[in-house]
Design a protein. Sequence first.
Length: 523
Amino acid sequence: MDNKKETERAELHRTIWGIANDLRGSVDGWDFKQYVLGMLFYRYISENLDRYISKGEIEAGNKDFSYAKLSDEDALTAKDDIVKEKGFFILPSKLFGNVLTKANKDKKDLNEKLEKIFKEIEGSATGTDSEDDFKGLFDDIDVNSNKLGPTVEKRNEMLVKLMNGIASMNLGNGDYSDNSIDAFGDAYEYLMGMYASNAGKSGGEYYTPQEVSELLTKITLVGKTTVNKVYDPACGSGSLLLKFAKILGADNVRLGFYGQEINITTYNLCRINMFLHDVSYDKFNIKLGDTLTDPKHWDDEPFEAIVSNPPYSIKWEGDDNPILINDQRFSPAGVLAPKGKADLAFIMHSLSWLATNGTAAIVCFPGIMYRGGAEQKIRKYLVDNNYIDCIIQLPDNLFFGTSIATCIMVLKKGKAENKTLFIDASKECVKVTNSNKLSPENIENILKIFTERKDQIDYVSRLVKNAEIAANEYNLSVSSYVEAEDTREVIDIKVLNKEIEEIVAKENTLRTEIDKIIREIEG
């Protein structure tokens, strides 16, 4: 199975690279990814709908039924029922495959057709429970953009080329159970990684490496096979949330996936990502807006599992906004995170919305662990109330766009002991080109140390009484509690002195011989 997976994945990646090369020079970077993901999504929901309806008819005894071959008029009779079940509707003639077949013969008005189809798909959900999940999903796919070509003819040629590339992807031919990989989801993640690795810091804003996502998810799931709800307050493209679906199975996240994202483009990507990973519209609730000043999930908290890789040290209103200090998420600490560094505001928000039996695992920049001022006061609140379960020092160079060694802060509300575990996992990585990566073995090693919670493992971990942390001015840096191993070579001073004596003796012998040679030359 593993070989089959790798073969399928490699084939899929080659196809994506082929599309990238075809479009190179016309559509670059972020825009390229938008078009590919948009068309991938269009193909997915087309095939998903066709498969769902056709399978139902065939099981009912209509063995030769094909929704893709049904007339639009006949299909419309079942529209309301389909929207109620699937959340959207597409006429048979507007399915990806049927549109592409016609476009390969006559592409002159493809851009107009696609624009209309995208609006119709979004419009099919208007006034229904799925409206918020489909509204604006295709906004970033501008089929009339000059980026696709200087003329309508050139744009349509590019759109046909793009659709043919998407159609060539081996995604199970409509029956995704044929694939041993999560083909649509894997295509999405590969595109995100490909973009992030080539886009520097800006690309990294949209992407948490899959290995880090897996570690965060597994930390929150120790001892659990199901959770009620998972939440990410800065969900980006949704990769962290979807790790729960991969590890547990979507059905074992009983009440669904919740997240909020401030960037509208990334918000659209997150919703698309949910669909591409076969999470239905009624199983996710992704909102647009600023989590710190305008949180959207008051009616949904608390959450049993919270995972996040929030933006590092961004600006926020802080004490410029007199309302925030009285916000029940931030007020318990008695102080707000600095205006120029919102990191601990995300920590306080997550803690506030964490269930009493829950776990939060949040990626942090190291500065918040030791800086003074308001940040020290917030750390004091967290330690004195025994909310910090563990601090894990990660290797450097794990994330796109930064080489800084980040940390993971693990929060719990129901701890049994007044101690905090510190883990130095800075060596738990493998080198991949210029970056570091967490291997499956690295992840398991970290989880083992986290789960066993031993008093001390030399140079790796230490379980520290909170009173000691308080005495150390609430410094939470792992290096303050876990001694780094001295890897310098031990030198035997007696041996060294003997070697020096031998060198000096040899030097004197050489000098004597050189002086003798010079005297002989001078005659």
